[in-house]
Design a protein around this ligand. Sequence first.
Ligand code: 1HN
Length: 351
Amino acid sequence: MNAPHPSATARQSLYRDMSLLNLSPLWEVLHALVPLQPASPCVPAHWKYEQLRPYLQRAGEVITAEEAVRRVLILENPALRGQSAVTQSLYAGLQLILPGEVAPSHRHTQSALRFIVEGTGAYTAVDGERSTMHPGDFIITPSWTWHDHGNEVDEPVVWLDGLDIPMIRFFDAGFAENGTTRSQPVTRPEGASFARYGHNMAPVRGNAPFGATSPIFSYPYERSREALHQLERCAPIDASDGYKLRYINPLTGGTPMPTLQPFLQRLPAGFEGQGWRQTDGAVYSVVEGTGTAYIEGPQGPVRFDFEARDHFVVPSWQALRLQSTAGCVLFSFSDRPVQEALGIHKEERLA
Ligand code: 1HN
């Protein structure tokens, strides 16, 4: 015998009545909860540096780094306005520090990466050691370490901040604390962390000083760039990525930060990449050169013609195809380590 087939109005009245007890019917939302494939609400977006730079300058005119604590223009996904998010899991922003300024010391559970976009000579201090910034350097602020930034040179310095803000917010697991001094005292000479950990060697005794986070504060562009150029001379090219390397924690060989994986890649002149998609959406910072990103979003294809210092975001499971006539170098980061830890990361080459 078939089950009774109640009318739609009986269902609606059930929903209305049980709603008073904060109950709702799974069968009405099941398809959306368990989609056949990822359907990110995020959209691809491109921030041209040339267009954005005047607003950074104006921010520099209306607020000091000290007053702002961090003078940052957040790169918000156009489909997630108001959430301080560039994808569902990632935060990105461009931070400006002017000559003579200090961004005061604080610490928080959220992990941060910096990728230097413009200017040389500002510093960031972490755990008593300063790192001087140069364009293209990748710099780490481990979770819960005191950090401040300063500019003692005569030019503005701008960098990309990448943080796991939305992830930590999702878990309701964030703590923060303000320092009692503007700048933390310097206790070790610059380069101490790189000397210990930056040469394929490590101290004979002692544990990882920052747990799951890399003990190297700054990965200088000079080194990373050279690696890609050497690779170009001696290794086969990847059809989608060109020459792409991931930054590592030298103590583990894994990601330098538990929640974020940064990458650096070179597309040689004339590169015509194969389409590719993956479940980790990524934020890109163009370091050198020019090129084009073709992204297949749910609202149709988009095309970003990018140049040095531009930024763009590729949402999860949207096909990306990279092309470069002149050649270029791209930095990027994603939430891949978290997806890998959960065993859910997936990627697919497209014909
Ligand atoms: C932060 O601490 C920095 O230390 C930059 O430079 C951006 C965005 C949200 C929360 C904390 C920094 C940030 C941030």
